[in-house]
Each structure stands twice: as structure tokens, then as C-alpha cells.
Design a binder for this molecule. Structure first.
Ligand code: ZN
Length: 512
């Protein structure tokens, strides 16, 4: 997700494995209303169970719960739906339950459900806790739904964008029903719909091995649709597939459905886009790898999703628009300097704190930039690929990612992660130079920090020495709060630029 800018998130507990979901929804922009019939196949993972709970907003009404063709009792309060089963289910045995519900949904989080009468579009955007606003699901990050069939019924004039592969529309009077198949594990919050008066384009990315990945775009009538930007998606798909691993949903598709929301979001295989710039497009596409294929294990680890998706903007810029690289780093570092909390999200209850831009996006991305600089681009890429390989279709913590980078770089990164992920703030450098004659210069680096949670950041730093027409970059390993380096230079130093490539989250000043 990309945010521009309260919740009681009691969540369905662990112990249940959802193996399949068949969701049949009626949803259209004509009315602020949703109704559905949602069937889950599930099993208990640990113990026999005699009840099963789902998250569902109190604004919606449960009409019926069917179990083995019989209506069963349930309680629906405090946004929890607890269904009592007539008997006990043995652990490991797959069973099935179907929930019928309807009502006028009320949005939460970042606008979990939206209706626009002007352009006649309606959409969902569930991250992080808004899925229950429009469908019964289990809002935890411990279990993905292994596969899904999605049916959406709406007036025949409208198109339906959803997850997975479109199987076709079935007509019935002035209504039609779209059927999508999802055959990859999917998180509760990345199930998503966009329905309405959409124009539609279809294309493909041709991959290095000749495979074609379908690319679809749904755009509404009044939008200033930047078709040129969308065409870059094929290049980005190829690039990320090459840099990380083949697009994880290659046999389904990648789509963008444009919405009139305030944020963009990575619904699996069908991002809902409030913005149409290339940075946002690359970001949401990158989430298909980090966010959807590998998902943060609990929202405390949201870094897994947002650090990599935000850093992917930089990867894309370095590859395709290298003259914008410094600008992106400047902007993102300046944003990260305003981060107030640690990246590891101790408080996950408030979505606007959990997804605050300076911390969860900017500083998280810059930690990856610094990590790449510390361990080298090859080890960094190897570590990133290892995360996908090891945790694809599942969940990963920040510690899991750290271990992948440690193995790739053959070094401990515990201190680096402790400082940057669990600490607050950044280093502040004061640089002085002292030169007698032109041969050598003594560079003194004094480092303090902006927050007491971290006393010192050991980092490799680059210092650019400038004198007349001469320029020389030296790489120094700053391991002490006050450290002197004698650098052979061969010309008279007039100025020093610290970290000229903007690889470090820091503030600095120079005095001769
Ligand atoms: Zn994001």
C-alpha cells in the first residue's frame, strides 16, 4: 500500500487452516450495500474444535450459517461471528461452513470499501483491518486461504476486477456474474474487488523465457488516465522477475483497477490504484512479491511488506530512470529523518500509526539501501531472493529476513538490525579536515545520534574530497564516535561532501 496520510482489532484466533473459499458477492456502485454467501473449507490444526470464529463488522447482518445443509446457531457481536458446530471436529479433518450475510457496509482503516456515484465505480481496500467491513473472514496473518473461487454479480453494464484469473461472465437478465479463480494462497486483506463502469485494456508482458503474463487495466471514465505509465508495467514485471524471481502469479495475471480513493493498494494480482504515477505502479507491483507472495508475519513485521515495496521504487528508478536516483534518495531520506518511532511496530492497533510514511515506508526503505551498501549489491540480492525462496506462499518476520541476509553476506547483522529496526533516530556527523601540504589530509569524523535508544551507528561512509578541479571519493569505516583518518589525496582540499550518493540516513555538517 501507499498511504498519503481507530480500530478495535480483535482478531479471529489461530488454530484454523482455511483451505478453500467460495465467495459469491452482489456488489455494485448503484447502492451502498453488499450481500454475499461465503463458503469456507477449513480444518483445525491442533485440537478438536466445536466452534469457529470469523471477523465481521456489526454493520452487516448475518442472515444464515449453514453447516452440512443445516442452519446452525451463531453469535455476532463486537465484530466477531462465533459459530457453534453441532459436534466436535477432529484436528486435521477438512470440513465446510457457509455464511450468508448482507447490509450497508461502513468503511474503516484507509477506506476499506468505497462507492463513487459520479463515475459509477465501487471497490474494496482492506489493509490492514478493513476486510471484516465487507466480508466474513479471519483477520490474522498466520494462515492464507489456499485457493478461492470468486463470483461477483452486478448489472451487466459493469465490469468486475478481482483476484486471480477471470473465467468469464454468466448473463442472467440485466445482471451478470463474473467468475475468478485464485489458485495461489491469498491473505484475507488482499482479497479485493473493483466493480463499475470501467474501460478495460488487456496486454501482456513477454518474459525472458518467452512466457506471457497477462496485464489488465480497468480505468474509470473521468480519470486522466496515463496510459503511457501503465505500459511500463510490462518492463517492471520483467525487471522484478529478473531481479527477484519469476512473478509469483504468472499463471493468473497482473492488473490495475483505478479507484477514487486516497491510497493505492496491492490486492493480489489486481492492485487498486488511487495514483497513477510510475513510482506507485512499481510499488504496488513489487508488493506482489513482498506482501502477497511473502507476507509479514504479524503487522509488527510490516517492514517485510513496505520496506521492499518502497525500496523497489528505487530499484526501478536505478534501472530505468537513473537520473532520478539522487532525487528519490533525497526525498525519502528527508522523510525518514522525521520518523518518530522504531520500525518494529510495537503498536499495531492504529492503522495510521502502523502505516506512517516516515517510518514504515521511508525509513524502512532506507534501511535496505544502507544494508545493500554495507553488505554489497550481490549479497543483498542473494539475501532478498532467499527470503522469497524460503517464505514464498507464507509469512516471514524481520528476523527471518535478517537471517537470509546474514547467510548471503556470511556475517552477523544483529547489531545493524537492532539499531535500525528496534532503535529510533539516526547518526549526526560532524566532519573536519586538517591539511598541511597537498599530500595527505586528516579527516575527523565525530558521530552523535539523534535519539538515546542508539548510542552509535558503525557504518561505512563515503567522503568526497574537493579542491579546484580535483575530486576524490574515499570510503571509510566509521567504528568510533570520534575517529581520525589520514587520507592520501594529492591536492589542496577546499570542500568535503559527506555521503555524496545519499546512501545513509543521517545529518551532517563540514568545517575545514
Ligand atoms: Zn506499500
Amino acid at each position: 500500500m501507499i498511504t498519503l496520510a481507530s480500530i478495535g482489532n480483535l482478531m479471529a484466533g489461530p488454530g484454523i487452516d482455511l483451505t478453500f473459499c467460495r465467495a459469491q458477492w452482489s456488489f455494485s456502485p448503484d447502492k451502498v450495500y453488499i450481500s454475499g454467501k461465503v463458503l469456507f473449507n477449513f480444518k483445525s490444526t491442533a485440537e478438536p474444535i466445536s466452534s469457529i470464529d470469523f471477523d465481521l463488522s456489526n454493520h452487516l447482518r448475518v442472515d444464515k450459517v449453514m453447516y452440512h445443509n443445516t442452519a446452525v446457531p451463531f453469535k455476532h457481536k463486537a465484530n466477531q461471528l462465533v459459530i457453534t458446530l453441532p459436534g466436535s471436529i477432529t484436528a486435521g479433518v477438512v470440513d465446510s461452513i457457509e455464511i450468508e450475510y448482507s447490509g450497508k457496509p461502513v468503511a474503516s482503516s484507509f477506506g476499506s470499501i468505497g462507492f463513487d456515484k459520479t463515475d459509477r465505480i465501487a471497490w474494496t481496500l482492506s489493509e490492514p483491518y478493513g476486510a471484516r467491513d465487507w466480508w466474513p473472514c479471519r483477520q490474522n496473518l498466520l494462515d492464507k486461504i489456499d485457493s478461492m473461487d470468486i463470483y461477483v454479480t452486478c448489472p451487466a453494464a459493469y465490469k468486475v476486477a478481482a483476484n486471480g484469473l477471470l473465467q468469464g461472465y454468466t448473463e442472467a437478465g440485466d445482471q451478470h456474474t463474473a467468475h475468478y479463480q485464485v489458485r495461489h494462497p491469498i491473505n484475507y486483506y488482499t482479497v479485493g474487488l473493483a466493480v463499475g463502469q470501467y474501460d478495460f485494456t488487456e496486454g501482456a508482458a513477454v518474459m525472458a523465457n518467452g512466457d506471457r503474463i497477462g496485464i489488465v487495466d480497468y480505468y474509470y471514465q473521468s480519470m486522466n488516465y496515463n496510459m503511457k505509465n501503465s505500459r511500463h508495467i510490462a518492463n517492471f514485471l520483467n525487471f522484478f522477475s529478473d531481479y527477484w524471481c519469476t512473478y509469483p502469479f504468472a499463471d493468473e495475471k497482473y492488473g490495475q483497477a483505478f479507484i477514487k480513493g486516497t491510497v493505492s493498494f496491492e490486492s493480489q494480482t489486481m492492485s487498486v490504484m488511487s495514483q497513477s504515477d510510475i513510482g506507485t505502479m512499481a510499488h504496488e507491483l513489487a508488493h506482489q512479491w513482498f506482501g502477497n507472495y511473502v507476507t509479514c508475519k504479524g503487522w509488527q513485521n510490516v517492514w517485510i511488506n513496505e520496506a521492499f515495496a518502497t525500496f523497489a521504487e528505487l530499484l526501478m528508478i536505478e534501472k530505468f530512470y537513473s537520473d532520478l536516483t539522487i532525487g528519490w534518495k533525497d526525498y525519502t531520506i528527508n522523510s525518514a529523518l522525521t520518523a518518530k518511532r522504531a520500525i518494529f511496530a510495537a503498536d499495531t492497533t492504529n492503522p495510521s500509526i502502523l502505516f506512517d510514511v516516515p517510518t514504515t515506508y521511508s525509513k524502512s526503505a532506507i534501511t535496505l539501501l544502507m544494508l545493500r551498501s554495507e553488505i554489497g549489491a550481490d549479497a543483498f540480492q542473494k539475501g532478498t531472493r532467499a527470503i522469497l525462496e524460503k517464505f514464498g506462499n507464507g509469512f516471514a518476520t524481520i528476523d527471518d529476513a535478517r537471517q537470509c541476509f546474514e547467510a548471503a553476506a556470511d556475517t552477523s547483522l544483529a547489531d545493524f538490525f537492532n539499531r535500525w529496526i528496534h532503535g529510533i533516530g539516526y547518526p549526526i556527523y560532524k566532519i573536519t579536515s586538517d591539511q598541511k601540504g597537498a599530500d595527505n589530509v586528516t579527516i575527523t569524523i565525530k558521530q552523535t545520534t539523534s535519539h538515546p535508544s542508539v548510542k552509535f551507528y558503525p557504518l561505512h561512509v563515503t567522503v568526497r574530497l574537493i579542491g579546484g578541479d580535483n575530486e576524490k571519493d574515499v570510503r571509510l569505516y566509521n567504528t568510533e564516535p570520534v575517529q581520525q583518518f589520514v587520507v592520501p589525496v594529492g591536492f589542496k582540499i577546499e570542500n568535503v561532501i559527506f555521503d555524496p550518493e545519499r546512501e545513509i540516513l543521517c545529518k551532517w555538517s563540514y568545517k575545514r
